[in-house]
Design a protein around this ligand. Sequence first.
Ligand SMILES: Cc1cc2nc3c(=O)[nH]c(=O)nc-3n(C[C@H](O)[C@H](O)[C@H](O)COP(=O)(O)OP(=O)(O)OC[C@H]3O[C@@H](n4cnc5c(N)ncnc54)[C@H](O)[C@@H]3O)c2cc1C
Length: 465
Amino acid sequence: MDPEKVALLKDGFRGEIILPGEPKYSEVAAGMFNQMFIDRKPAIMCRPLGAADISKAVKWAAENQLKVVPRSGGHGGSGLASCDGGMLIDLALMKGITYDPSTGNATVQSGCRLSDIDYELLPYNRAVPIGTVGITGIGGLALHGGYGLLTKSYGLTVDNILQVEIVTGTGEILIANEKQNTDLFWAVRGAGSNVGIVTNFVFKTHQMPPTVYGGLVVQPALNLVDFQNKWAAKIYNDPNYNSFNYHLAPPDGPECGLVARLACQFGDQEKAEKEVEDLISHAPKAMFGYKHQPFNLINQTTTGFFMKAPATRQYWKAMNFPAWTPELSVAFNDLFAEIRASPKYGPYSLLVTEYWNSTKVAVKRDMPMNILQPMFVIVILLGWQDPTLDTEAKQYSEKLVSRFDALGNIREQTYFNYSPEDNAEYSLGKKNLDRLLAIKQKYDPKNLLCQGSLKKRKFGPQQHA
Ligand SMILES: Cc1cc2nc3c(=O)[nH]c(=O)nc-3n(C[C@H](O)[C@H](O)[C@H](O)COP(=O)(O)OP(=O)(O)OC[C@H]3O[C@@H](n4cnc5c(N)ncnc54)[C@H](O)[C@@H]3O)c2cc1C
C-alpha cells in the first residue's frame, strides 16, 4: 500500500487505520466467529468512530479501486464480513446506544453486540426483538432479519428499524426512513449490506413487564420425538409463549446428547410454571434455569455458553416448514442421532428448532426481507475442526438438507442469516430483485459493496480488488 496514499486517509481520521504487519492486524483480521475465515488478509482495515470516518474511507477505497467490506460482529456464517485484499471496515469501536423515553426509540451504533442492547435497555424495562446470543453483531442481524424470543409479538429486528444513518457506496452520508430516501430505506431492510454501511439504527423498543418467567432448561435428549411434538403444539397454540431448542452432543455429555430449551412466557405466569413441570417430568435430571426475571436477562442466558464454546469451522443451513408434523419429529430425531454419532461433527455441531410466527407484522412487510409466512425452522449448524473436511462438510450438509425436501422444506423463503449461500431470489424475493438492482445502481454504482447478499447476482463490471 502506497504510504503517501495511506497518509491521505489517515489525515483527520478519528478511528484506527491498520495495515498488514502492524501489531493489531492479525487480531482484527481474525475477528470472525467461523474459523474458516480467520486467515483472510484485507489490504487495509479501518476502525471508524463515526459516519465521517466511514465516508472518508469509502471515498478513499473507490479512488484506490478497493472493494469495501463492512463488519459488525463477524458472526455471518459464510464469511462475507472478511476479505482478501480490499478494505475491511470493522465497526467494533462504534458502540454508542441512547434511549429516548419521550419516543420509546433507541439509537444504536452498528458496532454494538446484542448484549450491549439488552444491557442498555434493561434499566428502562424496554427491549428490541433481537437474537439471543449476546456476542452476535447488530449490523448483519438487523439488516437481514433478526429472529428472537420477541418475534412472535413484535416481529423480527428488521421490522423494528425506524431509521438508519448510512454511508452509501459513493461515500454520501444519508438518513433513510419512511419519509426521506424511501427507496434506500426499503432496500436496507433485507438487503442493506449491498447498498451502504449503516452507521446507526433507530429502533422501536417495546415495554417489558418488570419480570417474566423463563430461562434455560438443559436436559438429556431423551424421547426427542415426543419432546418436539409437544413443543410444537405448545408454541403453535400459545401466542404469549416463545422458545427454541438447541440440540448438542458435548464429549462429556450423555450418549443421547443434550437438549437445551430457552423460553419465556408472557401473560399468564402459571402457564410457564406448568411448562417447567412438564419439562422436568420428561427428564428428571434437567438442569433447571427458569425463574422470574427481567426479559433482557433471559435473552442473554446462553451468551456465556457461546463465549466458552470451542472455536469451530462451520457451515450453516436452515430449513423452513409451514407446519410441524410427527414425520418431521421423526426425521429430526434421525438427523440428530446421525450427527451426534459422528466423531468429526458431533462434538462441534448444533441443531436448533424454532417457530417463526410474525404474522402480526409480516402482513405489513414491504421490504426485501423475504419471510412472509409463519414457519417452523430447523437450523443445522454443522461444525468441525479439521480444515481438510471443509469441502466434505459442505456437501454433507447439503445432502442432509435434501432429505427434508419431501417433508415440505420451503426453499423459496430463505433466511439469509441462517443460509447465507442460498440464492438471492430466495432470501430477498424474486419480485424484489430488479427494484433492488436499480437502487444499488443509484447508491453503489461502482459495486464497492460486492460482498453483500446480492453477491451472486451479476452487477456491472468488477472495478476493484
Ligand atoms: C452464535 C450465533 C448465534 C446467532 N443467533 C441468532 C439469532 O438468535 N437470531 C438470528 O436471527 N440470527 C442469529 N445468528 C445469525 C446472525 O443473524 C448472522 O450471523 C448475522 O449475520 C450476524 O451479524 P453480524 O453483524 O455479527 O455479522 P457480520 O459477519 O459482521 O456481517 C454479516 C453481513 O452483514 C454485513 N454488515 C454487517 N454490518 C453491516 C453494516 N453496519 N452495514 C452494512 N452491512 C453490514 C457484512 O458485510 C456481511 O455481509 C447467530 C449467529 C451466530 C454465530
